[in-house]
Design a protein around this ligand. Sequence first.
Ligand code: ZN
Length: 141
Amino acid sequence: MSTCVFCQIVEGAAPASVVYADATLIAIMDIQPINPGHALVIPRHHAGLLSELVPGEGVACFAVAENIAKALRESGLRCEGVNLFVADGEAAFQDVPHFHIHVIPRFVGDGFSLTFPPTYGEPVERTELDDSAARIRTALS
Ligand SMILES: [Zn+2]
């Protein structure tokens, strides 16, 4: 049996409250929800990081996340907004090393927030933005 809890869920070896499932992925309730209705979209194939997804998996996962976000708004669960969140790597707060998308229903005053670094909000020089864009363009090609 896999040591990965999400692989165990995919294999049916661990329990989960399933929202949606198809040949590519499964969507379940997070056992530690930020708010009721907090779902996770998980590819069946074990991909630790976003970069390890096979072609099409990410698209499929985001399409289902989009549908769940729409469904949350019609579900009767409290949902005034939705966050889609991917933690790609430990430094980005990835808790389970199997790629997943959080679909988090939000409402004013729910207590969930993001903390920004002290420099956030200060304009950056265009040359720095252009340099970053060039580096990413190079890596894309
Ligand atoms: Zn896994």
